[in-house]
Ligand binder design. Structure first.
Ligand code: PLP
Length: 374
């Protein structure tokens, strides 16, 4: 028996993919980001479900993910959106990945491989992460033209703050810069087939950013990029239902009586305010249940909330169950997800650990088993 495990709902993933398909229409390629172990949900199993539900492309960050997917028999188009070291380019091409490019050196090295490669040129429009500035385009195109094996398959960029703002001025500026870059490529005779910049927030809030290809991540897993995005969508009357796909479960490893004044865990940071009972659970920060949740998190047992008391340890946490009768060894505990009428959301856990839902699900240790459920 596992100490903790994830249950991933196939039905939720499928309904999320279908919701995005309905939003963008049938003529727009739906690429889904499965980097970060499918945002913590489990790379291979989840990729298969997403493809079956209608995803056209999978976006990965690194070559090792392409290796895993191809080894598992996934034949779908893969778009590598992270950095591919020059020494790994041949492997990426042999694994039939489309490649995001933004360096002269990468284009030159891909050209020398003399194998057909689909390039997606990334444009710097204001995020100041990956991307080629508009004034660098002539040099990039000059190098590109030298190599007959290279195909300009796509042009891309990435928004900086769409999910953080009600006012989308900066995103609209980025979109204008992106269109300028496209026109420059068109004038140079290299108009790429695909144009893409829409993440989940843009797919929902900015239809003009769909072009003919969107790259969504968090939404496919049933989570909103932010509370601001959710409110902006409601305000704009955009109707899309996202259903969280992930539940993280564990079991009770010990129930014990404690006296009033008992000091709980490392550092004695919690003093029992009453005589009562606590449960010890076999998960900790090694598993991705971060230490910031010490004296802050909650879990669900018998459909009731139990507060985390004391510090989160490497492999264990303690919770107060004085108010929950009849808890016994190996009773099921929910760390993220629903139990009866109660729910611990990834957003609640994020708020309690000073981060965002993306990090909450992605940080769940890869060693923990993921089970697909109906
Ligand atoms: C380049 C790129 N495109 C798309 C996405 C998907 O973003 P989201 O999960 O907000 O939909 C990401 C995620 O970080 C990304 O880095």
């Amino acid at each position: 028996m596992e100490l903790s495990w994830l249950e991933i709902s196939r039905e939720a993933l499928t309904s999320n993919v279908k919701a995005f398909r309905a939003l963008v229409g049938k003529d727009v390629k739906l690429a889904i980001a499965v980097k970060g172990n499918a945002y913590g949900h489990g790379l291979v199993e989840i990729s298969n479900v997403l493809l079956k539900a209608g995803a056209d492309y999978l976006c990965i960050n690194a070559v090792f993910e392409a290796e895993k997917l191809r080894k598992a028999g996934v034949k779908a188009p893969l778009l590598l959106i992270g950095y591919t070291p020059v020494s790994d380019l041949k492997k990426a091409v042999d694994l039939k990945c489309d490649l995001t490019v933004y360096n002269l050196e990468t284009i030159h090295a891909l050209g020398k491989l003399k194998k057909p490669v689909n390039l997606h040129l990334k444009i710097e429009t204001g995020n100041h992460r990956q991307g080629v500035r508009l004034d660098e385009l002539p040099k990039i195109l000059e190098e590109f033209r030298k190599h007959k094996n290279l195909r300009m398959a796509g042009l891309s960029t990435h928004f900086a703050n769409l999910e953080d703002r009600i006012n989308h001025k900066y995103a609209l500026y980025q979109l204008r810069e992106f269109k300028k870059a496209y026109r420059k490529l068109e004038e140079g005779g290299h108009a790429p087939h695909y144009r893409h910049c829409a993440n989940t927030a843009a797919a929902i809030l900015l239809p003009e950013a769909h072009f003919n290809f969107v790259r969504i991540g968090i939404g496919a897993y049933g989570l909103w990029p932010s509370e601001t995005t959710l409110r902006a969508a409601e305000h704009a009357g955009i109707n899309i239902t996202l259903t969280p796909a992930l539940t993280w479960k564990t079991v009770v490893a010990q129930v014990k009586e404690v006296e009033i004044g008992a000091l709980i865990g490392y550092g004695c940071t919690y003093e029992m305010p009453h005589k009562g009972r606590i449960a010890v659970l076999p998960v900790g920060y090694y598993d991705g249940y971060v230490r910031l949740l010490s004296n802050k998190g909650h879990v669900l047992i018998h459909g009731k909330r139990a507060p985390v008391i004391g510090r989160v340890c490497m492999n264990m946490i303690m919770v107060d169950i004085t108010h929950i009768p009849d808890v016994k060894l190996e009773d099921e505990v929910v760390l993220i997800g629903k139990q009866s009428k109660e729910e611990i959301t990834a957003e609640e856990m994020a708020a309690n650990s000073q981060t965002i839902n993306y990090e909450v699900t992605t940080r769940i240790n890869e060693m923990i088993p993921r089970r697909l459920v109906a």
